[in-house]
Design a protein around this ligand. Structure first.
Ligand SMILES: [Zn+2]
Length: 153
């Protein structure tokens, strides 16, 4: 079992189906606009929202560097304020590491071009708030892909 493959909630089934084709979709209400995360109803008007493919672009709103993974392992943290690539990750933060949960890694809050903010993982570059980011995809074992974001547009 892949420890990072999320369960599929009924409200999110369409989102996960689209990730099989590396398409990023979020809910959209004709009256109220986009919303993320998936819900049974629009939080603005109570109607059932549809789905819309989005650009996959946004900006890095905030981030944190995870120093201790969910399994308790610790990673070496860059010096305070020094997010430049450290030894062993000169290519930036990994996207398809064999060991996805080996810290350190970056959890990011991305403000999507369409408005909502998505909690995700930052890969491939060093985090700087307000930097442009673009969606990328991490394959899961069951054909789905996990949306991650990388610095750059
Ligand atoms: Zn609405």
């Amino acid at each position: 079992m892949n420890p990072i493959a999320p369960d599929i909630a009924p409200e999110a089934a369409e989102f996960w189906e689209a990730t099989k084709e590396r398409r990023l979709v979020i809910q959209h209400c004709p009256s109220c606009g986009h919303q993320w995360y998936p819900r049974a109803i629009c939080t603005g008007c109570g109607e059932q929202p549809g789905w819309a493919e989005i650009s996959g672009r946004g900006t890095l709103h905030s981030f944190t560097v995870v120093a201790r993974g969910p399994d308790g392992r610790r990673g070496e943290i860059p010096p305070e304020g020094g997010w430049a690539p450290a030894a062993g990750r000169e290519g930036g933060w990994p996207i398809s590491s064999e060991d996805w949960l080996q810290p350190p890694y970056v959890i990011a809050l991305v403000e999507l071009e369409e408005g909502p903010r998505m909690l995700t993982r930052l890969v491939g570059g060093d985090p700087v708030c307000d930097a442009p980011v673009t969606v990328d995809w991490h394959p899961l074992d069951d054909g789905r892909h996990l949306p991650v974001f990388r610095i750059g547009d």
